[in-house]
Structure formats: C-alpha cells, structure tokens
Design a protein around this ligand. Sequence first.
Ligand code: HXC
Length: 515
Amino acid sequence: MSLTKKTSDLKKRMRDALMGGGQVAIEKQKATGKMTARERIIALVDPKSFHEYDLFVEHAGKDFNMGDKYLPGDGVITGTGTINGYPVCIYAQDFTVAGGSLGYMHAKKITKIMDHAMKLKVPIIGINDSGGARIQEGVNSLAGYGEIFYRNTQASGVIPQISVILGPCAGGAVYSPALTDFVFVVDKISKMFITGPEVIKTVLGEEISMEELGGARVQSEITGNAHFFAESEQECFDQIKTLCSFIPWNNIKKAEAFPKKPPRSRSYNIDKIFPTNPRQPYDVKDIIRSIVDDSEFFEVQSMFAANIVIGFARLNGHTAGFVANQPLVLAGVLDVDSSDKAARFIRYCDAFNIPLVTLVDLPGYLPGVDQEHAGVIRHGAKVLYAYSEATVPKMTVILRKAYGGGYIAMCSSHLKADFVFAWPTAEIAVMGPEGAANIIFRNEIKNAENPEEMRKLKIKEYKEKFANPYVAAAYGYVDAVVEPAETRNMLIHALEISAEKIEVRPNKKHGIPPF
Ligand code: HXC
C-alpha cells in the first residue's frame, strides 16, 4: 500500500474513532445542554494546544456480548495541552460511549496520562461524565478504579489535581474526584452520588431525583464535595483557567508572579466597610478586596460553610491563600463544616508553597449539642493541626474579636504564625465581655444594690482591661498594632521578606491529623 493510501486509511480510522458513540448519541448528549467530551477539552485548553493519545485503544470486555462491540477509544479521551501557556495532562470521559463507564482499557488510558502528569510534574485535569465501573467488565473495572485511586493519593500534594463533574457520575467516578484538590460542578448538568436513585429505590424504597440527591447545588451548598459552582460549562472552564493562574504547577514551584496592581479603593474602602459599632456585622470579603491587588478575590467553596471564607488573591503580584471568619454568617464562628473547609485549604496552600493570610473576627467555636455530637472536637482540631503543620509564610491580622479557642485556632503566634498584626479594634480575650463579667464578677453583681448597674460597670471594666490588642501586644503575642489602612503594606512587606522562609519539622513518615 502506498503512503497516500496508508495515510487515507489512518484518516478513516481517525474519523470513525472521533465519532465516539455516533451521531444519535452525540445529539442526545447535546440535547441535555452538554458539550461532547472533545469539545470540552478544546474549550478548556489554549487554542490548538490539545494533542490526543491512545485514540485507537480498544476495550477488553469479553462477556455479555461485549466482544462484538466497538467502543471508540474505550470511552475516554486523553492527551496533553496547555492552559495559560503552561502544560497540563487531561482526560475526558465520553458519555456517548457506554455511558462513559470505566472498563479495563479505559482505566489504563487514565492511569497512563496520570503517570505522565507525575513524570512531567504538571497538573492533571479529569473531566468526569461516567456511570462508574463498567458492569460488564466486573472485577477488571474495579481494579481500574483502584489503580486510579492509588495514583490520586500518590499525586496528592505533588501536582495539582482538578476534577470536573459534567454529567451523572456514580461510584468510582465520584470517589476519584473526592481524592483530588478541587471539584468543579455545573448547575443542572453535574450529578454526583455513590449509588443513584434507582438503587436507593430498590434498597430503601425511597424516591428521589438525581438533582435532589446529588445535583450541583446540593454538592456545593450542603455536602461541600464541590469547590466551584458554575451556571454553564463554559463558565466552569473559565473558572478552571482562573484557578490555574493562582496556583503553582507542582509542589516544587511557586505560583507565577503577576504585575502588581493596587486595590480598587473607590469601591473597597476599609473605613467605609468596617463598622464602628463592634456588634455590627460586615462582609469580610470586602475587607479582603480592600487589601489585595485589583481587589480580585477568587473564592473557593463560596456556597458551603459560609461562616468561613477561603480563596486566593494577590499581594504585589504574589499569590496568597486567604482564610477569614465571616461575621455576616453565624458571627463567623468555627463549627464542624467551617473547620473542615478551612483546614483542607490550609493544607493545600502549605503543600503548594502558597503563603497564608488569616483574618480573624470570631467569638470562638460554636456551642451546642448538635455540634458536640457531630464531632466538633475532632473537626475543630483539624484547624489547629493544619496551621501548626504549615510551614509556608503565615500572616495573621486580628480585626476584631479573637476569643477563646478561636483566638488560638486562627493562626495565632502560638501555632507559629510568622507575623501577627492587630487592628486597634481587636478584642483578644478568653471570652466576650458580657459572658466574662457574668462569671468572674458573679458575686459582686449578685450582692450589689443595683445588680444591672453593677453588671454594666463590670463589663466596662473588663472591656477596658482585656477587650483590646494591647495586653496581647505587651506579651509579644501580637507583633504590631496597625492602622487598618496600613494592613496591605504590612502584609506585602511580611510576604516579600518571607520569600525564602525555611522551617523544618521533625522527621516522620507522616502525621496523623484528626479526620
Ligand atoms: C455499563 C453503563 C453504566 C455502567 C451507564 N451505562 N452506566 N454501562 N456500566 N456502570 C450505560 C447504560 O447502560 C446506557 O447504555 C448508557 O450508559 C447511558 O446510560 P443511561 O442509564 O441511559 O443514562 P442516564 O439515564 O442519564 O443515567 C445515568 C446513570 C445510570 C445515573 C449513570 O446509567 C446509572 O445509574 N448507571 C449505573 C451506575 C452505577 O451503579 N455504577 C456502578 C458504580 S460502582 P445504552 O447502551 O443503553 O445507551 C463503582 C465501583 C467503584 O463505580 C466504587 C469504588 C469505591
């Protein structure tokens, strides 16, 4: 056969393979508002940068008449490309081919591209649209997932792992994402569950729709399984590109530095955002925007445990991870969910050389039977563990309340913050003045001629003595009491002089953090 004929044979084979599950299945996919797997990759990576591999891989199923079936590429597309000019490894499951289900060769393609990502030290992005383990391939599909989970774990903290859920994902198709760093979902399109509604109906007799069971909103607001929520697939891909601009490509590198930009102070002015009345709530995200470059704050898990705010921003062009109590929600308390949310983010930043900035304003841990029985002790301990373990530069700013365990947990100098700044409005104490006065002056108040007057007097006395930053500053627990308007400058200086920070921890195989 001549070269021309061989080339045209290749082209025909490629055309057949590129049709995935065929025109009817593609139209069905599009009718549900979904892009095809290849369209998704093209929309995500830089133009013309995608190179596909293993297009001609064939499935290895033998049972249930699988031997006669043609499953192009075995239902998954793998390859390399670039995002923002930097290399990534990527795979996208093709729901038009056997529901994107994971058979032996499908899994081999994924593990091969994951191994590439680890060798090249670049991020791995997985677009999941799959019914999970391919039932007809039995233990071979389970083995495939096991191999993926093992690699997810080895890659954890070494290269960024990003999961996108773009379809009904069941079983292993959600466990692998759960092992990765960030999970992206799209309204109405993403569904995640271990077992779908059919199984739930059979086993428990309960009826529930896929959306109510594990839709994008459920995963973003209630479970916390998802980190980013988008209205459309395109918006989701734009979010991934933005995330990629903030994070380093592996755990040896630092995030790319950007040109420095001042905050947009007309829109975000601390004096206007921060209330004079200490009981009045405010939006801590606006405080962050008033401090950071171009007032751009890229929030993570914005819909889950909103009493704590986490996300990325830049200070003089350098990425920093922000953790801040949100006085607008539950007064910014730490509870089970907000502790989990903060602790995981702190560990992410630490693993990937991203300095941490913590903004403190909280009355402490949330009291209550529900919280105690939900394990607030072990969940809350995760924050202590994560901050204590972290060796990246750690800067803390106490804006207002820093009471009790909350003071210690929110990256205090005792957990080895490198710099602790406090605003003059800071109140650092074991508890709030009202509660404290009621306990320590109980007898004086009870025996006073006018107990109410005495209570007020004692609260005032307590406030003057403790509800300020100066006692902590006198012991050196606070490094500097700063005017709010000076915060940005103080943080930039602290961050820049910490650029080469090295902190060594005791040698160990690994710690045993509270789970
Ligand atoms: C083989 C599968 C499949 C699977 C879907 N398909 N899931 N084939 N193995 N796991 C096929 C369907 O037979 C169908 O083929 C096509 O994909 C589209 O599926 P539909 O059911 O028509 O689509 P939809 O109504 O949108 O429902 C999607 C779904 C549902 C919710 C994912 O298919 C489903 O519940 N699938 C089973 C999910 C599951 O229990 N997976 C096993 C998980 S266990 P045709 O030929 O008709 O087009 C697991 C083990 C690892 O993953 C766990 C590790 C901890």
